[in-house]
Design a protein around this ligand. Structure first.
Ligand code: FA5
Length: 333
């Protein structure tokens, strides 16, 4: 009896599926099963033994039944879980992988120049693209009818308002806001001129204005920071050259060229910006005492920097949104 019981319990323990479990039940508990066979011995037994034998067989039957039921619950749960797993309905849409955007090469150049000047303690200022004649010209020492206005012919909205021809009006706005206090700002932004488009000129382009006003600033500070900027943008082997020039809002004024080696190996200079010491008239119009404060200023052509840095042959590539062109600047900065 004990052998039968142990054998039944062992088989129940090892079984892994419901069909085999049912076969075990049949083998031990059905009418022709091992336990029923034991019961059949009862009728040939001495009545004195019959009772306790019967009780023991019943007890064994109960134990085997109990093990069968417990195992059945376990196997049914496993079967249910497997079924649920198989029938699981995934309602997610397939993942749509969108291409990752990147910055336009001109914005990359602006960010690079901003990084450089922010590192030097400058802050970034902004001004309106639709500017008044007053700020675009008069506050820049270009009174009405000044002949130098012809260098920057523009798009007028009405006689007093125009699309700004340079970022220099931000100098005047920032100085007025500073209320006579020292300041160091740069201002990147779009500017507009009635220029004919060609490989190096556009009617809309970008500039980065720079202005530093303090008690003891002089021309060598201007030269030093521009040289350092050129090396930051183009690499340590670059040099700059300053040529005397004329802007009504700076005195003295210079045009700044950066050294460049053409693809055939010829070294040349290419103009990238205008600069100079802020004209005393510009300082006093913005409520600074020109006997106490001096300043330097510059206006960088962003496209020119990008053209030189990335060897671009036509400025118009920057504006037509040809992905074949733009894709070349993925992750440059
Ligand atoms: C000016 O606009 C002055 N406001 C710069 C300045 C600021 C001088 C502060 C002194 C002090 P200019 O017109 O030279 O200067 O323009 C500056 C730069 O803008 C040029 O060196 C050139 O790189 C770029 N630039 C000028 N015109 C165009 C154009 N049509 N298309 C693309 N870039 C241009």
């Amino acid at each position: 009896m004990e052998k039968i019981k142990l054998e039944a319990l062992k088989q129940i323990d090892l079984v892994n599926d419901l069909v085999s479990l049912e076969n075990i039940r049949i083998a031990f508990l059905s009418k022709k099963g091992a336990v029923s066979e034991l019961m059949k011995q009862l009728k040939d037994m001495d009545p004195s033994e019959r009772k306790s034998f019967g009780e023991q067989v019943n007890q064994m039957k109960l134990e085997i039944e109990d093990a069968l039921i417990q195992k059945k619950v376990v196997l049914e749960n496993i079967a249910l879980e497997n079924k649920l797993k198989q029938e699981k309905l995934d309602i997610h849409l397939d993942q749509v992988v969108l291409p990752k955007g990147y910055l336009h090469p001109l914005i990359q150049v602006i960010r690079d120049v901003e990084d450089f000047f922010i590192g030097k303690g400058f802050s970034v200022a902004e001004g309106p693209e639709l500017e008044t004649d007053h700020f675009n010209f008069e506050m820049m020492n270009l009174s009405k009818g000044h002949p130098a206005r012809a260098m920057q012919d523009s798009f007028y909205v009405d006689p007093e308002r125009l699309l700004r021809t340079h970022t220099s009006p931000v100098q005047a706005r920032a100085m007025l806001e500073a209320g006579g206090q020292d300041l160091a700002i740069i201002c990147p932004g779009k500017v507009y001129r009635r220029d004919d488009d060609d490989p190096t000129h556009s009617h809309q382009f970008m500039q980065i204005e720079g202005l530093f006003v303090s008690d003891d600033v002089n021309f060598s500070h201007l030269k030093g920071i521009l040289l350092e900027m050129a090396k930051h943008i183009f690499g340590p082997e670059r040099h700059i050259r300053l040529r005397p020039s004329y802007f009504p809002f700076t005195e003295p004024s210079v045009e700044v060229d950066v050294s460049f080696v053409k693809s055939d190996g010829t070294p040349i200079w290419i103009e990238v910006l205008g600069a100079g010491m802020v004209h005393p008239n510009v300082l006093s119009m913005a409520n600074f005492d020109p006997n106490q404060k001096r300043g330097f200023a510059f206006g960088i052509g962003v496209e020119r920097i990008a053209i030189l840095k990335y060897f671009i042959d036509d400025i118009r590539h920057f504006y037509v949104n040809d992905k074949r062109f733009l894709d070349q600047f993925k992750g440059v900065l």
